[in-house]
Design a protein around this ligand. Sequence first.
Ligand code: GSH
Length: 260
Amino acid sequence: MSARQTSESNSTDPFEFELFYWPFLQGRGEFIRLAFEATGTRYRDVCRMPESDGGGLAALRAVLSPSLPAGPFAPPVLRHKQINLFQTAAILDYIGPLLGLGGNSPAETRRCLQIQLCILDTVAEIHNLHHPISTALYYEEQKVEALRATHSFVNTRIWKWMDYYALILEQNNGPFLVGDRTGYPDLSLFQLLAGLEYALPRTYAIIAQKYPRLMALRSAVGEIEGIQSYLSSERRLPFNQDGLFRFYAELDLEPEQSIA
Ligand SMILES: N[C@@H](CCC(=O)N[C@@H](CS)C(=O)NCC(=O)O)C(=O)O
């Protein structure tokens, strides 16, 4: 299966897309990277380049500079044709049609964005399991609340989200969420499932049993040529304790049996 699809862009600059994101974690930048990697689109992961070549955290600080008019609030930021875009879903909504990952019709393009916003809402809930009080505090300063939040999440919210994505796949007769080909929400749901497997393996084990359609999507995306080579390359950063998806053994709770 290949997600290489026609690009409407015909610039001669092989690195016309420049991503600015934290250089040491997957985070929300990964949803953008996957779109480029799945389609074999060349992009520059600017902050992972040495500072001496214009990369590193200095590049990130520069693009986030508050002195820029209407500048971005937070990474990821995508620079294309001298315009800086931010907000993950807005970036994907912009590059989706350029890369052939944004649906086959205006209705499908809107649907891609709506589903993407759902996926990012789910991701924010998962991030908030280890930061339930504030991102300005360390996990160690909010461990009691984190445990409580995770207990609630693995017994309630996660199933509402998973049921919803499985239903979309069923209605669309999978393995794609929208239309009859890979779209950026498929790549993002793949990443969400991979992140859940890393962060909450006990919960993920039940997801894997209970939702064959989600597993079929994960396999279909994993078979895309560009994704396969990306995942086995050094460009794919490992999950770690700085990202959205973090593994803390004490938060890897067994969901209550009635769910399974
Ligand atoms: N809704 C934004 C969230 C952006 C965001 O929270 N970025 C994180 C990294 S994934 C960050 O560095 N935030 C800094 C901050 O909020 O001060 C998006 O989807 O892009």
